[in-house]
Design a protein around this ligand. Structure first.
Ligand SMILES: Nc1ncnc2c1ncn2[C@@H]1O[C@H](COP(=O)(O)OP(=O)(O)O)[C@@H](O)[C@H]1O
Ligand SMILES: O=c1ccn([C@@H]2O[C@H](COP(=O)(O)O)[C@@H](O)[C@H]2O)c(=O)[nH]1
Length: 202
């Protein structure tokens, strides 16, 4: 099994990069795990309490469960991935049955901050986009897809996203084997990653 970790700030294009990589790979050979599915279960808190959580701090992620699941997949076991709702800021009661595959891609803003999880990755990738580009993309996406408004995204950006990015996310670039510049769509970089994966699949 090849396990690839793809980190990068919010809006850098991680999900887009993963989708592009997976698109042309044989179906059934690759599985994708999003760190977002592993936000902690906050059912004990009210909605008003949940919106105050700092979702860009490593403590907000259930890394213990993510680590356990990756180790299970490595051993050939099937896992039940949690499902997260960005609208409710909480886990739902659903689960996604995930089978082990030849290639497992794990993507998320904080995945390279965790030493044990870093060790599980055969390839570590960091997707880079400038902060203004990321903010613009985040604004458009969160308003269109995650039920946010302009003021909410900008306030969160100033109070948590930017400081957490500087403190926790940007420093993990040093662990990356490959840094993908993604201020624009970068098909050359995608092709390189895809060919590395294809070599492993033969
Ligand atoms: N290179 C790019 N140029 C313009 N828009 C992009 C680019 N990459 C991603 N986007 C858009 O920006 C938003 C955030 O991208 P996404 O892949 O979800 O980032 P991440 O997963 O890193 O938060 C999405 O709406 C996506 O369509
Ligand atoms: O309930 C939540 C949980 C997280 N977020 C934000 O999501 C991003 C991470 O997702 P990306 O897809 O990598 O952008 C993170 O910056 C959190 O602030 C949220 O808004 N609500």
């Amino acid at each position: 099994m090849l396990i690839i970790g793809i980190a990068g700030g919010t809006g850098s294009g991680k999900t887009t990069v993963v989708n592009q990589i997976v698109q042309e790979l044989p179906e059934g050979e690759v599985t994708v795990i999003s760190q977002d599915s592993y936000y902690r279960d906050n059912s004990h808190l009210s909605y008003d309490e949940r919106i105050k959580i700092n979702f860009d701090h490593p403590k907000s992620i259930d890394f213990e469960l993510l680590c356990k699941h990756l180790e299970q997949l490595k051993k050939g076991e099937t896992i039940e991935q949690p499902v997260y709702s960005f609208v409710k800021h909480n886990r739902t009661s659903d689960k996604v049955i995930t089978h082990p595959r030849k290639v497992v891609i794990v993507e998320g803003i904080l995945i390279l901050t965790h030493p044990e999880i870093r060790q599980l990755f055969d390839i570590k990738i960091f997707v880079h986009a400038d902060s203004d580009e990321r903010l613009i993309r985040r604004l458009k996406r969160d308003i269109a897809e995650r039920g946010r408004d302009l003021d909410e995204v900008l306030t969160r950006y100033q109070t948590t996203l930017k400081p957490m990015h500087q403190q926790f996310i940007e420093p993990t670039k040093e662990y990356a084997d490959i840094i993908i510049p993604y201020n624009r769509y970068n098909n050359v970089a995608i092709d390189i990653v895809r060919s590395i994966i294809n070599q492993r699949l033969v």
